[in-house]
Design a protein around this ligand. Structure first.
Ligand SMILES: Nc1ncnc2c1ncn2[C@@H]1O[C@H](COP(=O)(O)OP(=O)(O)OP(=O)(O)O)[C@@H](O)[C@H]1O
Length: 623
């Protein structure tokens, strides 16, 4: 591969601070590998003294592998390719050894105590209710954000509107618990390492002397604390080489701090800034539109994305009438390809996969789900519907009843549940409630009606059954009243119900429907390992990847960009909307040849608007 002149310039940089600002597909990793080799071969720099920091373990391995294939005569064993976390942990372990402290990790493999389990327990203890998976993710991200931005908790609480109940109490409990038990999570690794470097001169000097040359990939997603660690180690020579694309910074919610890049010249007035603006990945059509699109952001280094690649196929905007039409369209497209691993369907939210997986399976299209941290089929709402149907089929099932008794009409109290647990397990839960001492006739009548309705429910077709749960059993009322408390918009919860009905429509009975859900769950889990199907991924998880064909779906206003970001924008805060735009841009720039932007006009039988971003791109075509 022949490097272009801009890549060559960056590669030949040796001493002092440098920031390489690159566009998507500019060959950032390529440049880092070639520069590493240049330092060693042409400048006699000891491979031991080069530290290359990447965003994830996968990219650290990838970089090492690429180095070895590009320069097979010089194996990379001595060069350190590492994530910032694993680098920090090396320092911290050494510190712990010297001070005779034993830290136990709360995250990663083989941990005796798991971070999520601990936070679930704390949440239950403080708030008296079980936490949803999404809310847990929210807490984890917020804690991460505070640590990575080097905030003090009080300062953070003062300046932010935190939607999680008793967040400060949860935070303090978690911090104290860890402190007392010498437990640390990944965020603490960074905070503690920074502290160690400030306090322990021996370690500071040891690592400063060891790593004379520091390179950072994906600099746009480096957080404040990470940057502080890197700067501290690089001082005073400041042989710091950062490759970044500020337009691809998409982890602001976790504490990524791209503004740090915008200040690079202030921190290092003598820093060299290199630009790499040629995209080697995508067709001219995709590059030109993406370039115009990202220029609407204001907080950025201005760059001019260009390519020598040919036009292949104009970006296509597809407006499906309904969600079903969207799936039909995708299936039609996918059937055109012999090989699917070159094709990706990208979305903003994981929720988009529920109906999609049903459709792909029905059409025998293999798929590969990336990054399924939480199984969608384990979603609490799906568990609720399963519990309703299980109870309908067997009204002695107390564990199903316990999941939903307060989510439907009938006013069943916790004390009744405790009471009926002491009674004969083989009788109907409703009959058992009737035995509770002192119930009045009117209430008993309500319970008898509820029992009758569950019998009726058991005889319905699955799709009608879900509607009956929603309307007659008043599950919809529960969702409407609690959605925000549970961390959702009511519309997004309706979408899950809608997708469940879509699956239900294809099944003849409740039993078949329940086993279909189990099967789809099994398929999704299995697909994480599969390599031969169409790739289904959130845009976040597709970062750094490239595909011949990309379909971005569910491009609906309020979902993408999120309604939060739109509201914040109207109140004068542009950060969130700018991050949404960057995310959209990351999605678009994954495509080499085919890029389809797909929206829908109706969802849950309601008209929805196309994403503002899509409308904007459509306008560009008219000009
Ligand atoms: N000088 C070059 N000539 C031809 N192809 C190149 C050159 N430099 C890089 N490439 C190719 O361009 C593609 C994009 O490179 P790479 O994945 O390193 O980009 P990137 O800058 O990391 O992209 P992104 O930030 O979008 O993830 C790769 O397929 C790479 O092999």
């Amino acid at each position: 591969m022949e490097l272009n002149k801009y890549q060559k310039k960056a590669v030949s940089h040796v001493n002092g601070p440098a920031l390489v600002l690159a566009v998507p597909g500019a060959g950032k990793t390529t440049v880092l590998i070639h520069r590493t080799n240049n330092l060693i071969e042409n400048h006699n720099i000891n491979p031991d003294s080069i530290l290359s920091i990447t965003f994830s373990r996968a990219s650290a391995n990838d970089m090492k592998e690429r180095y070895n294939t590009t320069f097979p005569n010089f194996q990379s064993t001595a060069i350190k390719f590492s994530t910032i976390h694993s680098f920090s942990y090396t320092i911290l372990r050494e510190y712990a050894y010297r001070k005779n402290i034993k830290y136990t990790l709360l995250e990663g493999k083989n941990t005796p105590i798991n971070k999520n389990a601990l936070l679930r327990k704390i949440y239950l203890e403080i708030n008296g209710e079980y936490i949803t998976e999404e809310r847990l993710e929210g807490i984890v991200n917020t804690i991460g954000y505070i640590k990575n931005m080097c905030f003090d908790i009080d300062e953070y609480m003062l300046n932010n509107n935190v939607e999680i109940n008793n967040f400060k109490e949860i935070y303090m409990y978690y911090e104290n618990y860890k402190l007392q038990n010498h437990l640390i999570d990944f965020d603490d690794m960074l905070v503690l390492t920074y502290k160690v470097l400030k306090e322990d001169k021996y370690l500071l000097n040891k690592y400063r002397n060891k790593y004379n040359y520091i390179q950072v990939d994906e600099g746009q997603d480096t957080s404040k604390i990470q940057m502080e660690i890197i700067k501290t180690i690089a001082y005073p020579n400041n042989n710091l080489f950062i490759v970044a694309d500020d337009d691809q910074s998409i982890y602001g919610f976790r504490g990524a701090f791209p503004k740090g890049l915008l200040e690079f010249k202030k921190i290092y007035p003598k820093a060299k800034i290199f630009y790499m603006e040629e995209n080697f990945r995508s067709s001219k059509n995709i590059v030109n539109v993406s370039n115009k699109f990202i220029k609407q952001n204001t907080l950025r280094y201005d760059k001019n994305l260009f390519t020598e690649n040919e036009d292949v196929r104009p970006i296509q905007i597809v407006k499906a009438k309904t969600v079903l039409d969207q799936y039909e369209y995708l299936v039609g497209e996918l059937k055109k390809y012999d090989e699917l691993s070159n094709t990706a369907i990208l979305y903003r939210n994981n929720i988009s996969t529920l109906g999609l997986i049903e459709y792909l399976e029905k059409n025998n299209i293999p798929f590969h789900l990336r990054d399924m941290k939480i199984s969608l089929f384990n979603h609490w709402m799906i568990n609720d519907i399963v519990a309703f149907l299980t109870l309908a089929k067997d009204d002695t099932n107390i564990s199903a009843f316990e999941k939903i008794y307060y989510k439907m009409r009938g006013f069943v109290y916790k004390k009744y549940i405790n009471y009926i647990k002491t009674l004969n397990f083989n009788s109907s839960v409703f009959d058992r409630i009737l035995l509770y001492p002192g119930l009045d006739e009117e209430y008993k009548q309500k319970i008898i009606e509820l029992k009758r309705d569950f019998k009726y429910l058991s005889r319905l077709k699955p799709c009608e059954a879900i509607s009956f749960i929603e309307e007659d059993l008043k599950y919809e009322r529960y969702l409407r009243e609690n959605s925000l408390k549970l961390g959702y918009t009511y519309d997004s919860l309706k979408t899950i119900l809608f997708d469940l009905k879509l699956i239900a429509k294809n099944t003849p009975s409740i039993e078949v429907f329940l086993s279909r859900l189990k099967y789809l769950d099994y398929l999704s889990k299995k697909s994480v390992q599969a390599k031969n199907g169409v790739v289904l991924s959130t845009i976040h998880a597709a970062k750094g990847l490239e595909f011949k064909n990309v379909y971005m779906i569910d491009l609906v206003d309020g979902d993408f960009p999120t309604s939060n970001s739109i509201e914040a924008f109207y109140k004068g805060n542009y950060d969130l909307l700018e991050e949404e735009r960057r995310l959209f841009y990351v999605g678009m720039t994954r495509a080499k040849e085919v890029l389809d932007l797909v929206t829908i006009k109706n969802r849950n039988d309601k008209k929805v608007e196309s994403s503002k971003f899509l409308v904007e791109i459509e306008e560009m075509f008219k000009k």
